[in-house]
Design a protein around this ligand. Structure first.
Ligand SMILES: Nc1nonc1C(=O)N[C@@H]1CC[C@H](O)C1
Length: 246
């Protein structure tokens, strides 16, 4: 998978994507990352990339022409068409379903805004979709782009040492993850649940499913809204809630 990132701070993503699973995915050639700086395509001595917004009001807007030239150079660099994503609070909220969809694409181009954002004409002419990582305002789209790079890189075949772990991640089946424990079994903070030490894989799977259902019910009921639970899941959740409420 190729990922191009258009950003006024190209080394930002380079650094963020150099650690752990994402760094390993790049070392293994599963993901290639290419940064493009619109300032390299701006005119004049100051290589101007932003200007005041029409209509008045505070803040600056990223100019359409340096971005157009930058994206043209990015497209010329590889014949594989790029799916262009603009990271913006005005975008659809990123979720694991969307991450899986993006991870299946051969090439992504992530457009990172700065200042008040990007001239709308560039968005309308060049952007395939806008995505938001949350309802808050960042100083730039780079952190959001780094989130996308991390989330899609780890889903590349061979990125995780244990391929099964991606399938068990939170949200993979629309639920929050179950709790996890390791050594020691006994600690002043508590004891590892007996079932996890039982060796009974069916019981462990049941317990984990029940914990995932219960935690989702308690913390993110929106993920269960409108979802038809199987009879087994409904029974597990009911038992979880009974046990919680005594
Ligand atoms: N929330 C978000 N999810 O994706 N991107 C953002 C975000 O706040 N972007 C900033 C807004 C103006 C500046 O251009 C960049």
């Amino acid at each position: 998978m190729r990922i191009d990132v258009v950003s006024l701070f190209p080394d930002f993503i380079e650094r963020c994507a150099g650690f752990g699973v994402t760094g390993r995915a790049r070392e293994r050639g599963l993901v290639s990352l290419h940064a493009w700086n619109p300032r390299d395509y701006a005119e004049g001595n100051y290589r101007k990339v932003d200007d005041r917004t029409f209509g008045g009001g505070p803040g600056m807007v990223m100019l359409v022409e340096p971005l157009r030239r930058c994206l043209a150079a990015m497209r010329r660099a590889d014949p594989q068409p790029a799916h262009v994503v603009h990271l913006s609070p005005q975008g659809r909220r990123l979720d694991q379903r969307k991450v899986r969809e993006l991870a299946a694409r051969p090439r992504l181009a992530l457009l990172c805004g700065r200042y008040e954002g990007v001239d709308e004409r560039l968005v309308q002419a060049e952007v395939d979709e806008e995505l938001s990582i949350g309802d808050y305002v960042l100083s730039g789209g780079e952190l959001a782009a780094a989130v996308v790079v991390d989330a899609v890189a780890r889903l590349q075949d061979g990125a995780l040492n244990d391929a099964a772990s991606a399938a068990q991640d939170s949200f993979e089946d629309g639920l929050l993850d179950c709790p996890h424990y390791s050594h020691p079994v006994e600690h002043p903070y508590g004891t590892v649940p007996e079932v996890l030490r039982s060796g009974n894989h069916a019981a462990i799977a049941r317990w984990r499913r029940q914990q995932a259902l219960g935690r989702t019910w308690e913390r993110r009921p929106d993920l269960l809204a409108g979802r038809d639970l199987s009879r087994q899941d409904a029974a597990l959740l009911e038992a979880y809630l009974r046990g919680r409420d005594g």
